[in-house]
Design a protein around this ligand. Structure first.
Ligand code: NAD
Length: 364
């Protein structure tokens, strides 16, 4: 919750409360919340006790789950696919859990799609982080002190994070290339001023594409063609940003050790897939390493937290929109409509039952 989102929540008829200090590191002081009519409660335990709906960011801890009670609603990231025990525990308590990563990726739900709002930040920040570790300009320059060539940036994976990285990179003036297994993104990549990397592959570059806008695992032949292209590009690229993910799987390994070795000293790799095992063979999760040949590899997994004010603002808006749909009469009364595709899709426990996984959404 931000002070601004609290004002909107009050218009829905809700009373708002926040744990003391919760907004501090994102630049929102307790006094700002108080000024927006929010009650500041000293401890998290007291807050959980007094509120009907609790919204948070991270997957709840054991202690937090113990605080859940019948009829209470928790809105949070929950990792339902990997959190069976916690889900059962929440259901047993009779609490409703709305898992933010389960918001269906359909047009109507975009305003509450926290995966997208956070991926957008991660993509932007990946480029900033790369720039911070790269010893040269992004843009080419002709100056009295000499001619500077533009940096060459390759973005692997052009989903939400990749497109944000491409936009940031081109706006800083780098020559930007991008690759994705889904050929339909080529137009978006090109419209952002980057060059789409095509493979010399006999079939259409659709091998890794599947339904629903997500990628599937590539065939060995396609993968070989992809790696051959990356090998060709590696010595030329100054910055490589990898964002390739396949739902419910480890990240595909696409940037091999020999590619890292072929890169110039001073080059930077930012691996946004680090949490899922990394797209780059040498990535160390949550760390920045420098290889023997002088390539910096960044495996941070907390890019949104590195821009806490921005992330909080966007996430608070996602949560506020979720609560708007959960408060249809704007009278402060939560109506959990399991016939609503978006609410149904995101709800993983309700009325004593585990309701994950949801049926596929009816609307697109
Ligand atoms: P993601 O995080 O699952 O994957 C990131 C990207 O990696 C994807 O573009 C994927 O194609 C790519 N990838 C996978 N394997 C690869 C490989 N071997 N080589 C290169 N790239 C590879 O994806 P995402 O960012 O969550 O978005 C996936 C899709 O969902 C996009 O089409 C996006 O536009 C769509 N989307 C729709 C909505 C909506 O309609 N509300 C919201 C968000 C995203």
């Amino acid at each position: 919750m931000t002070p601004d989102s609290a004002l909107q929540l009050q218009k829905l008829g809700h009373e708002c409360a926040i744990e003391a200090g919760a907004g501090e590191k994102a630049g929102f002081a307790d006094a700002d919340y108080k000024a927006a009519g929010v009650e500041v409660i000293n401890t998290a335990a007291a807050l959980w006790k007094s509120c009907d709906v609790v919204a948070k960011v991270r997957v709840p801890t054991e202690a937090e789950l113990k605080r859940l009670r019948k009829g209470q609603t928790l809105i949070s990231f929950f990792n339902p696919g990997g959190n069976e025990e916690q889900m059962q525990a929440a259901a047993k308590k009779g609490a409703t859990v709305v898992a933010m990563e389960m918001v269906p990726r359909i047009s109507r739900a975009q305003k509450m799609d926290a995966l997208s709002s956070m991926a957008n930040i991660a993509g932007y920040r990946a480029v900033i982080e790369a720039g911070n570790n790269y010893g040269r300009f992004f843009t080419g320059q002709i100056t009295a002190a000499g001619k500077v060539p533009p940096a060459k940036v390759l973005v692997v994976g052009a989903g939400v994070a990749g497109l944000a990285a491409i936009g940031t990179s081109t706006s800083l003036g780098a020559v930007t290339y991008a690759f994705d297994v889904r050929p339909e993104v080529a137009e978006q990549v090109e419209s952002m001023g980057a060059e789409f990397v095509y493979l010399d592959f006999e079939e259409e570059q659709a091998d890794g594409s599947s339904s629903g806008g997500y990628a599937s695992v590539s065939s060995p032949e396609f993968r070989e063609a992809q790696l051959a292209k990356f090998r060709e590009l590696a010595p030329e690229m100054d910055i490589v940003i990898t964002t390739a993910l396949i739902p419910n799987r480890e990240a595909p390994e696409l940037w091999t050790e020999d590619m890292v070795k072929a890169m110039k000293p001073g080059s930077v790799i930012v691996d946004l897939a680090a949490e899922k095992g990394g797209n780059c063979k040498l990535t160390v999760m949550d760390e920045k390493i420098v290889t023997d040949n002088g390539v910096t590899i960044i495996g941070y997994t907390d890019f949104p937290s590195r821009m806490a004010s921005q992330s909080s603002t966007l996430y608070a808006t996602n949560i506020r929109h979720m609560l708007t749909d959960l408060t249809p009469e704007k009278d402060g009364v939560i109506v959990h409509d399991m016939e609503d595709d978006v609410i149904r899709g995101a709800t993983v426990t309700h009325a004593g039952d585990v309701t994950f996984p949801p049926p596929p959404p009816k609307i697109q």
